[in-house]
Ligand binder design. Structure first.
Ligand code: UD1
Length: 424
């Protein structure tokens, strides 16, 4: 475990290139479990979470090679172990999503129940109810979930909330079940779901509707060798754009899909950031203090919960009071106490953060509590006067590829002290 030492304030400037999407790669790697042959994935970021998903595939006897952002996944159909160890599921909630694909392909699977999570209660009831509708018998015992395929069933599944993970899990599982027709209503509409659909189509699955609230799947994998390039990471992109703006900097964030971040552009323009948005890059410039705004965090195409801590950091130094209502993970405010240690004035009432802008932040020792909170603290440390130490930064290696190098290239004075825990 290590920490970041950051000296501020700094004005971030220059160019930064966005990596492949973590949240698109993970469900696509999980969906490779239903493939009939080798899968090749490109533009996969080198991150701890990706490593965990690869470890899972290796633990169940898939042959995986990950080099230069390219993953080769080959199954050994004779020797697949359908028990996923607790140790791996504990590390990352998204690993739960191998349950349905594995059980669909091999008849049964056992995956540890994902534990609690620092950003709030994150149940898996939508996943389990959906699997039962698709014809699985699901039992939860001693912290493990067992799924057994009884009879593949066509179904119309209405999700109580547009859950990203449940939508991806159920569309992939349905895709593996030959002959069934499944409709998922109130589906999540995130770009990562569209990317997963593109991958499933390449496997020969008949599927449409991703990006809308209604996805239709005709189960059955037909094609053999498949190659797919993962979309850019919109959350990483948004984090760099916010960081440049928050430090009063000027730069270009490249290799993104700007359509995936329309809600961010809208908010940044209200704040007073100068933006020139092109298809695959954005020019950012900020002068003076940000104007206060009201933000409603909600499922796509709304403002993403995964950018909520970062934008909040920017607003701590606004010229007035801002409000952020968190509608996805109502208790995702662990970064607030840390930002307060740096001089921010924030109060939480009924899932809304009230942020009274202060003139400036001051460097302090703080704790990273989760992935995006840690990114937010890094931005705060760049804004703040003096030295900050951000502890528990291992979270950041779960989701930001080459984060130190990228911020240093923009002029960030950031040093990582400790053992490099991320993978090569
Ligand atoms: C995914 C993202 C995460 C992002 C989140 C919301 C990945 C790997 N992770 O997480 O970065 O913050 O979407 O955009 O893509 N819920 C239930 N029961 C369930 C499932 C979800 O009640 O069975 C609730 C959750 O508690 C939450 C809401 O649904 O309030 C949305 O969660 P969900 O979209 O499922 O988040 P994840 O897929 O876990």
């Amino acid at each position: 475990m290590g920490y970041f030492r950051v000296n501020g304030p700094v004005r971030l400037a220059g160019k930064v290139k966005v990596s492949g999407s973590k949240n698109a790669s993970l469900p696509i790697i999980a969906a490779s479990l239903i493939s009939l042959d080798e899968v090749v994935l490109k533009n996969v970021p080198v991150l701890l979470d990706i490593r965990t998903m690869i470890d899972i595939l290796e633990a169940i006897n898939f042959d995986v090679e990950f080099l230069n952002g390219i993953v080769h996944i080959k199954p050994d159909f004779n020797d697949v172990n359908t028990n996923v160890p607790y140790e791996l599921v504990r590390k990352m909630r998204a690993s739960f999503n191998v349950l349905g694909p594995l059980a669909a392909r091999y008849g049964k699977a056992r995956v540890a129940l994902p534990g609690g999570c620092s950003i709030g209660v994150r149940p898996v009831n939508f996943h389990i109810d959906g699997l039962e509708r698709l014809g699985f018998e699901v039992n939860i015992e001693h912290g493990f979930v067992d799924a057994k395929l009884i009879k593949p069933s066509s179904a119309k599944i209405i999700l109580p909330k547009p859950s990203v993970g449940a939508t991806e899990h159920l569309m992939t599982t349905a895709a593996a079940l030959e002959g069934i027709e499944v409709i998922i209503e109130n589906a999540a509409m995130e770009p990562e779901i569209v990317d997963l659909q593109e991958f499933l189509k390449k496997l020969g699955v008949e599927i449409e509707g991703a990006g809308t609230g209604r996805i239709m799947v005709k189960g059955g994998v037909k094609n053999k060798k498949v190659t797919h390039e993962v979309i850019p990471d919109r959350i990483e992109a948004g984090t760099y754009v916010i960081a440049i703006a928050a430090t009063g900097g000027e730069g270009v964030v490249e290799n993104l899909n700007s359509e995936h971040l329309n809600s961010l552009w809208e908010v940044l323009e209200k704040i007073g950031v100068i933006l020139k948005v092109e298809k695959d890059k954005v020019y950012v410039k900020m002068e003076g203090r940000p104007k206060p705004v009201d933000i409603n965090v909600s499922p796509y195409p709304g403002f993403p919960t995964d950018l909520q801590p970062q934008i909040m950091t920017f607003l701590t130094v606004a010229n007035g009071t801002s409000y952020i209502k968190e509608n996805v993970f109502q208790t995702r405010f662990l970064h607030v106490d840390e930002l307060k240690r740096m001089g921010a004035d924030i109060e939480i009432t009924d899932g809304t953060a009230i942020i009274k802008g202060v003139e400036g932040l001051s460097g302090a020792p703080v704790n990273g509590t989760d992935l995006r909170a840690t990114a937010a603290l890094l931005i705060a440390a760049f804004i703040a006067n003096g030295q900050s130490e951000i502890h528990h930064v291992e979270h950041i290696f779960r989701g930001y590829e080459n984060v130190c190098e990228k911020f240093r290239k923009l002029g960030g004075n950031i040093e990582y002290i400790g053992v490099k825990e991320y993978i090569e």
